[in-house]
Design a protein around this ligand. Structure first.
Ligand code: ZN
Length: 297
């Protein structure tokens, strides 16, 4: 019997699918390639009690992934919002934040930055001042302490499918457990099923929210490669660059040392941040290198 469902967890080549009738099936893809992500809508066929195969993928409204020259890692499908968790300590990376923003912007997703661990006052002023430049770009920042109260965040998740991302150590799992009390228990159950013990947090999982919408918790990460973004997509994923698109003297301007570069001019006048322009050039070099390596140049 064929039925539709939502892929709610991805671990290795196995996927957990919640059918629209509410049944949970542990599925494998019919073909050899597993190109599915948490959040995907799929057509499945049950093959036994609690088991099935994935026959078909329903077209995605968005797909977030990270990539380097050799590998693309699907993070989440059909998300509508990226919730990026940073903390007062350990210190977070501005560059990582910019990378996440690029990934989200390239898929036209809403972004919410959560500054966690505000109960640790030592790093608070520094974190705020480093987030100020993102606030200036129009990205909302919500301050909270996941140990204390997450209600302010809860109300921002209603009706959205939110992907929770963050570097390791930012308190993302504390946040997930505060939002979804059964998350901790579910993680344990799955680890028993798979008999993997300590590898329990290395897969993404979609949790339905009681208020409507869902939350996709992704594994903590240290890098966020953007090799899948071509130069044009990368440039427009820096939202403050968009008004200057097509304004450079040369149509093929690399925004590097060319005369009459609109972005350089904007940076010199302080209209955009020099640091963000440097990050763009760095990400672009990395993407171009990655694509060259992938093609074996
Ligand atoms: Zn230029």
């Amino acid at each position: 019997m064929k039925t539709f469902g939502t892929l709610i967890a991805a671990f290795g080549r196995q996927y957990e699918v919640r059918t629209d009738a509410g049944e949970i099936l542990l599925c494998v893809p019919r073909g050899k390639k597993s190109l599915f992500a948490c959040g995907d809508r799929v057509q499945v066929a049950a093959t036994g009690p609690g088991q099935g195969v994935i026959d078909k993928l329903v077209e995605r409204s968005s797909l977030l992934y990270r990539s380097d020259a050799w590998r693309q890692k699907l993070i989440a499908a059909n998300a509508t919002q990226v919730v990026m968790v940073v903390a007062t300590e350990p210190s977070f990376s501005d560059e990582f934040v910019s990378r996440c923003l690029c990934a989200a912007e390239s898929q036209h997703l809403k972004v919410l930055i959560v500054l966690n661990k505000t109960d640790i006052p030592a790093g608070l002023a520094d974190a705020r001042s480093r987030l100020a430049s993102f606030v200036k770009l129009g990205y909302p920042v919500l301050e909270l302490s996941a140990l204390d109260n997450v209600d302010a965040l809860r109300s921002r998740l209603v009706g959205e499918t939110s992907l929770l991302v963050g570097q390791s150590g930012m308190g993302k799992s504390t946040l997930t457990n505060a939002l979804i009390p059964e998350a901790r228990a579910e993680t344990r159950e799955i680890s028993e099923v798979l008999d993997t013990g300590k590898h329990t947090t290395t897969f993404a999982r979609l949790y339905p929210l009681p208020e409507g919408g869902g939350l996709i918790d992704s594994p903590g990460m240290q890098t966020f490669g953007l090799v899948h973004l071509d130069n044009e997509a990368l440039e427009s994923s820096f939202r403050e660059f968009r008004p200057y698109a097509g304004q450079c003297r040369f149509r093929d301007c690399r925004h590097d040392a060319e005369p009459g570069c609109a972005l350089r001019g904007a940076a010199e006048r302080g209209e955009i941040e020099e640091r963000r322009l440097r990050q763009f050039l760095q990400f672009r070099a990395e993407c171009e290198n990655g694509r060259r390596q992938a093609q074996g140049w």
